[in-house]
Design a protein around this ligand. Structure first.
Ligand code: BG6
Length: 487
């Protein structure tokens, strides 16, 4: 057998977005509200180290009644709804083979469970997919990226209710049928593990509506409903779209022990297990046994219905996708300083790593570690569907943006991807997060920029929305053109 030299010829290079962070037009053409439309801008002084979204039912009702007035940047996004033709032309110029995006469920079913889908919403995504196909760009479509229709939250408490499985399956069947000739690659839930970090974000679940239960008790039940829904959607995609491929999606939190004390090793292993639980269920089709102990220790009872286990077993995913921004370090020794990042709990600073402007610890080699681990744990194709650097950019007087820091970050990660491929990892593709600047998930800032394409809009929502190319644009264009040979 020959050693592998680099990325395969049909490697899927591209970029990734989410409807709620780019589209805007939150109430146009029949769209209903989604959970993301209720998430306010969070000023710096109110932010903690980790991302937590404590939206309550009282808050939501207050906003709807017109008693609370905050700013909701995700309602406006970067107006992709009206600028997709121009934006896709820029993606084509970058040489994208794939574009990851999500369908906003509330654009198709405004209340989540309407009798009929909203034709204007269906037409919008059909136009987008056709525009991508014009340039031979494969759409990679997330069915649910933190966009639970708000009415499902109000009436059913989101994914905590089992009924939501049926609504989701009906939504999935509707879009699979409509786009069967346009979309081959699907993801069922973005970062499904976010459910345990923020049930509202991950599943439109309001913890305050279930008094007497812990957030974990509620979240794992809701996650079970998503597992079943994901398996049923995988089954349906295969039936409706011949040759389709369905993946799960995890926010990968590669976790290291700080010291070689066996207690630290075990603690890191437990952190990794709790993270990989979500991919285990999707890839192996069953709950891993280590969760039994975790559930018992934390008084968590997951109610399953008869047949659920068979469904999980019968319809595993075709590939595993994940986001990767940073690694985490944990320890049983108290003396280390805590670090920042979305979805961290009790992680400490790794002295060997640098941090982004937002305190996320940059660890390209951790990506290789993750890829190798996934490969040996599951033996399925892998897809990196988010990776990138959120940074402040400065626009020069002539309009240019010099972003060598972004190029460095991406280069180092792609180098490690290449090493992993040489290690034998089956990697399908790579979509950099936010190829065009978009509204931040965790803080709703515009100034936390990821793009190769600059968007003229500030944190207050002022700006012309004009698009322009940063230095990283030409760099990534060349990476794709040389299939990752020139970095
Ligand atoms: C992932 C999400 O967690 O990270 C994206 O899937 C998000 O929606 C991305 O935008 C980056 O996080 P942030 O908070 O910098 O926008």
């Amino acid at each position: 057998t020959k050693a592998i030299k680099g990325f395969k010829p049909d490697f899927l290079w591209g970029g990734a977005t989410a409807a709620n962070q780019v589209e805007g037009a939150f109430d146009q053409d029949g769209k209903g509200l989604s959970t993301a439309d209720m998430v306010p801008f969070i000023p710096k002084e109110k932010r903690g180290l980790s991302f937590s979204m404590d939206v309550t039912s009282e808050y939501i009702e207050g906003v709807l009644a017109g008693e609370i007035h905050d700013r909701y940047p995700k309602r406006d996004g970067i107006d992709f709804y009206h600028s997709y033709i121009e934006d896709i032309a820029l993606f084509a110029e970058l040489g994208f083979k794939v574009f990851r995006m999500s369908i906003n469920w509330a654009r198709i079913f405004p209340n989540g469970n309407d009798a009929e889908p909203n034709e204007a919403g269906l037409q919008f995504y059909e136009n987008v997919f056709k525009e991508l196909r014009k340039y031979d760009i494969e759409p990679l479509v997330t069915l649910s990226h933190y966009e639970t229709p708000l009415e499902l939250t109000r009436k059913y408490n989101g994914w905590y209710s089992r009924e939501v499985i049926d609504f989701y399956v009906n939504y999935a069947a509707t879009v699979f049928t409509r786009y069967k000739d346009l979309v081959k690659y699907w993801l069922t839930f973005n970062e499904i593990n976010v459910m345990v970090h923020s049930p509202y974000t991950g599943g439109g679940v309001l913890v305050d509506k279930v008094p007497g239960k812990t957030s974990d008790q509620i979240a794992y039940q809701a996650a079970h409903h998503q597992f079943v829904a994901s398996a049923l959607a995988t089954k349906l995609a295969h039936e409706i779209i011949p040759g389709s491929q369905v993946g799960c999606m995890l926010a990968r939190m590669q976790t290291y022990p700080v010291t070689n004390h066996p207690d630290d090793i075990l603690k890191a292993q437990e952190h990794n297990d709790l993270n990989l639980f979500f991919t285990d269920v999707h890839a192996k089709g069953e709950y891993p046994s280590f969760m039994n102990r975790y559930f018992a220790d934390n008084d968590i009872v997951v109610n399953k219905e008869e047949g659920d286990d068979e469904i999980l077993k019968k319809y595993p995913v075709d590939f595993i996708s994940f986001s990767y921004y940073m690694s985490l370090s944990v320890t049983t020794h108290g003396e280390f300083e805590e670090t920042a990042g979305n979805l961290i709990e009790g992680a400490v600073k790794n002295q060997y790593l640098e941090s982004s402007d937002w305190g996320w610890q940059i660890d390209p080699k951790g990506l290789r570690v993750t890829l190798r681990d996934f490969h040996s744990r599951y033996g399925k194709p892998l897809f990196i569907v988010e990776n990138g650097l959120g940074a402040y950019d400065k626009v020069e007087e002539d309009g240019s943006v010099h972003d060598p820091y972004r190029i460095d970050y991406l280069r180092q990660h792609i180098e490690q991807m290449k090493e992993a491929v040489k290690d034998g990892v089956d990697l399908m593709g790579y979509t950099a997060w936010g190829p065009i600047d978009l509204v931040s998930m965790s803080t709703s800032e515009m100034s936390k920029r990821y793009g190769f394409i600059y968007v003229d809009q500030d944190d207050e929502g002022n700006g012309t929305l004009k698009r322009s190319k940063k230095d990283s644009f030409a760099w990534y264009q060349n990476v794709i053109a040389t299939n990752g040979e020139e970095l």
